[in-house]
Design a protein around this ligand. Structure first.
Ligand SMILES: Nc1ncnc2c1ncn2[C@@H]1O[C@H](COP(=O)(O)OP(=O)(O)OP(=O)(O)O)[C@@H](O)[C@H]1O
Ligand code: SF4
Ligand SMILES: [Mg+2]
Length: 360
């Protein structure tokens, strides 16, 4: 996709987040081996992830497969419980489990619009159910269904309400899934890879719909994706995850124009580019680590072109490289003071690492 922007400059007025995840940590126990030799092992899926979702804002969570994006999304939606950390709705601790009241505020849209709609029911049925369960129709179900279909640009609504899922295109099905999420008038929409299963030609329409819902209805949207180009197009803020941890956060234009973390630089270098002649840079730099035994120190160190000794031993702290831009990388930290390096020393350090790598 060759994408310009559907995002806007960030508002200078501080806003209160609708939904926050603070220091979220989650691991899963899995069985390894067979029979008598089977052992339980721990997958460190998410560690210490802090995320805030503001009204009228799209925040993108970007990373390769297995980075922990869906786990963060499910933690925020209260589908699973964290081992540590907390979720706050309007600044107050969210209920332990996903109650009906919580679901009315925080809705999820999944990757596969084929699987998320029951093939034996018409579109109308899929929309009527949440309207009835949450008493959202104000006594006029047909008008409420038509309104939902209009909000996701499926017009004329009567025509689409009568359709079965298999009679719709992938993009239309995803719009129905989004309409179903909107039925309860949520304030937060968590969209996990909502366009990755759609034809490239119809992805843009669904991204524009999300941008429209952000702007018109002031929804706080978490857009989960492995595609940093679409995140740049849609999101106001991008958070980059690697191997279960956040490595960089910034306004999307800043992050993609001036990436501070080497992993973000590689992600950008690997983004689809029709003009590229050589294979993407990430392809030649190994694969993400197993989360059963993540690498010591910086988890990215086995793949990092700038790796230094300290990276292998110590976890880099997250530091502010500018007022709204943070990165967790030793290139930006003075190891003695644990404070951010100034621009000059950062550039010098990077140059000298570049030089060492060239000499090898
Ligand atoms: N229920 C589970 N049981 C065991 N392991 C799990 C479970 N859910 C996730 N994991 C593991 O946690 C890690 C993070 O998975 P997650 O689905 O959050 O990644 P992701 O970034 O969404 O990846 P993708 O882009 O492939 O969807 C992976 O190693 C995954 O195998
Ligand atoms: S901390 Fe070290 S290994 Fe990790 S990204 Fe920064 S330079 Fe690379
Ligand atoms: Mg996922």
């Amino acid at each position: 996709m060759n994408l310009a922007y559907a995002n806007r400059p960030t508002s200078p007025i501080p806003v209160r987040p609708v939904l926050e995840g603070r220091e979220l940590t989650k691991s899963f126990w899995v069985k390894q081996g067979r029979g008598l030799f089977a052992q339980r092992a721990r997958v460190h899926a998410v560690e210490g992830v802090t995320v805030r979702l503001d009204p009228g804002t799209v925040t993108a969570l970007v990373g390769e497969s297995g980075a922990g994006k869906t786990t963060v999304a499910r933690l925020l939606a209260k589908i699973i419980k964290p081992d540590a950390g907390e979720v706050l709705l309007d600044g107050r601790p969210a209920p332990e489990a996903r109650s009906r009241a919580y679901a009315a505020q925080v809705q999820m849209v999944f990757q596969d619009p084929f699987a998320s709609l029951n093939p034996v029911h018409r579109v109308r049925h899929h929309l009527v159910r949440p309207l009835q369960i949450h008493h959202m129709a104000n006594g006029n179900l047909e008008a409420a269904v038509a309104d939902l279909l209009r909000r996701v640009a499926l017009k004329p609504p009567d025509h689409f309400a009568r359709k079965f899922p298999h009679e719709l295109s992938g993009g239309q099905r995803q719009r129905v899934a989004i309409a179903r999420g909107l039925a309860v008038r949520p304030r937060v929409l968590i969209a996990d890879e909502p366009v990755s299963m759609l034809d490239v030609s119809i992805r843009l329409g669904v991204l524009n719909l999300l941008a429209d819902l952000r702007d018109r209805e002031k929804l706080a949207i978490l857009y989960v994706t492995h595609d940093i180009a679409s995140a740049r197009y849609l999101a106001d803020t991008i958070m980059v995850m690697y191997a279960g941890q956040l490595v960089e956060t910034a306004p999307s234009v800043t992050l993609t124009d001036r990436p501070a973390h080497p992993y973000t630089q590689l992600l950008l270098a690997a983004a689809p580019d029709p003009d590229r002649l050589k294979p993407p840079a990430l392809a030649g730099r190994g694969a993400p680590p197993s989360l059963l035994a993540p690498p010591s120190g910086c988890r990215f160190h086995p793949r990092c072109p700038y790796v230094m000794e300290i990276c292998k031993r110590q976890v880099p702290p997250s530091v502010a490289v500018s007022s709204d831009h943070s990165a967790a990388c030793w290139l930006h930290v003075d190891p003695k003071t644990q404070r951010v390096n100034d621009k000059h020393s950062l550039a010098t350090e990077r140059d000298s690492v570049d030089q060492r790598n060239e000499e090898r």
